[in-house]
Design a binder for this molecule. Structure first.
Ligand code: NAD
Ligand code: TYD
Length: 350
């Protein structure tokens, strides 16, 4: 039985990856290693937690000794590394946790894999999950390609860029069998309501202001989270060591246009008259160093490995809004605790 360590699988994307692998590959044993920060929630995995090929381990990737002992104990065949601090605004506020988890944590994992695999790399794989934000910001035109030079601007994207470089360095220096993917903005069920789409769905439902940074002109390229998980599956099994793949759905939206779609869909589902929640739009101070535009070219992945996104954006938004409306308990549980404090600190002075 293949033993696969998925880090950060209690989080948004990781939970979808773990679900896909546990259900699709009964001959793999999936170990979910997660620290359960504010962003990690075992509720996300309720439907698979009793499966015989799934094990949860609570732990911190920043603890190098712990990670090495864990590797020695289980002798994993592969790692799919998603654990990270992932929110740009938090990285602007408190960068150090991003440096520790995203950079030091990644190196701890690389060191543990290198030590335990000890040059016996046949059948082994270290898959590093990264973001398109490492490429920086585009103007009105153009796309990010796999060979676009890195130009990160936020502490988050700089920490992810650093981790990508280190993963590549372990391939080039020690021959570690690594693979990297860089994906555009994800949306869908289980995303923590600090990111644009779930935050705004929640605020529209509760008649709270929608804090639009700057003029709302920034552009993001949105992909449904299940499509990202499927791309990871395809790359994990079909990519070659040392390769990089961009993942994205050619689905660019200006923030303000996306917000109007969200308002329309949520108002309709709540039985409100069209446009009821337009008044909630509130333009606030822009994010520092706010990247103007992200847009991914995923031709390599589509042509080489045959992946393509399965969902139209409108359908994905319907599914996402439905999920949040039907999972109010989940929302309440993740927004209890420190969430109110976070919200006041982040938006109180804007
Ligand atoms: P998330 O914040 O929802 O989840 C991160 C998970 O990592 C949480 O379960 C958290 O508890 C865990 N974690 C954090 N620090 C840890 C530590 N020190 N040790 C162990 N576990 C720890 O993040 P996400 O949005 O699911 O992103 C997952 C990965 O995908 C990240 O590496 C991110 O950079 C990348 N990514 C995200 C997006 C996106 O749009 N969300 C897009 C492209 C790439
Ligand atoms: P976000 O979901 O934080 O993802 P990222 O910064 O990684 O792209 O933000 C998506 C876009 O929405 C980004 O341009 C910033 C903007 N935004 C707002 O206008 N208001 C908000 O409250 C948030 C969280 C984001």
């Amino acid at each position: 039985m293949k033993k696969i360590l998925i880090t950060g699988a209690a989080g948004f994307i990781g939970s979808h990856v773990a679900r896909l692998f546990v259900n699709k590959y009964p001959d793999y044993h999936i170990y979910n290693l997660d620290k359960l920060t504010y962003a990690g929630n075992l509720e996300n995995l309720k439907d698979i937690e009793h499966k015989p090929n799934y094990t949860f381990i609570k732990g911190d990737i920043v603890d190098g000794n712990f990670m090495l002992e864990l590797f020695k104990q289980h002798r994993f065949d592969a790692v799919i590394h998603l654990a990270a601090e992932s929110h740009v605004d938090r990285s602007i506020d408190k960068p150090m946790e991003f440096i520790m988890t995203n950079i030091v944590g990644t190196v701890n994992l690389l060191n543990a894999a290198k030590a335990v695999w000890d040059g016996q790399y046949k059948g082994k794989r270290f898959y590093h999950v990264s973001t398109d934000e490492v490429y920086g910001s585009l103007g009105e035109e153009g796309y990010f390609y796999e060979d676009t030079a890195y130009d990160p601007h936020s502490p988050y994207s700089a920490s992810k860029a650093s981790s990508d470089h280190l993963v590549r360095a372990y391939h080039d220096t020690y021959g570690l069998p690594v693979i990297i993917s860089n994906c555009s903005n994800n949306y869908g069920p289980n995303q923590f309501p600090e990111k644009l789409i779930p935050l705004f769905i929640n605020n529209i439902c509760n008649n709270k202001p929608l804090p639009v940074y700057g003029k709302g002109e920034n552009v993001r390229d949105w992909l449904y989270v299940v499509d990202h998980a499927q791309a990871i599956d395809v790359i994990f099994h079909g990519g070659e060591n040392g390769e990089t793949f961009n993942i994205g759905g050619h689905n660019e939206w200006k923030n303000i246009d996306l917000i109007r779609v969200l308002i329309r869909v949520v108002d309709r589902k709540l039985g409100r008259a069209p446009g009821t929640s337009d008044k909630l739009i509130t333009f606030v101070t822009d994010r520092a160093g706010h990247d103007l535009r992200y847009a991914i070219d995923s031709t390599k992945l589509q042509q080489k490995l045959g992946w393509k996104p399965s969902l139209q954006f409108e359908k994905g938004i319907e599914l996402t809004v439905d999920w949040y409306l039907n999972n109010q308990e989940w929302l309440e549980s993740v927004t209890s605790g420190n969430y109110q404090k976070y919200y006041e600190e982040m938006y109180g002075n804007r």
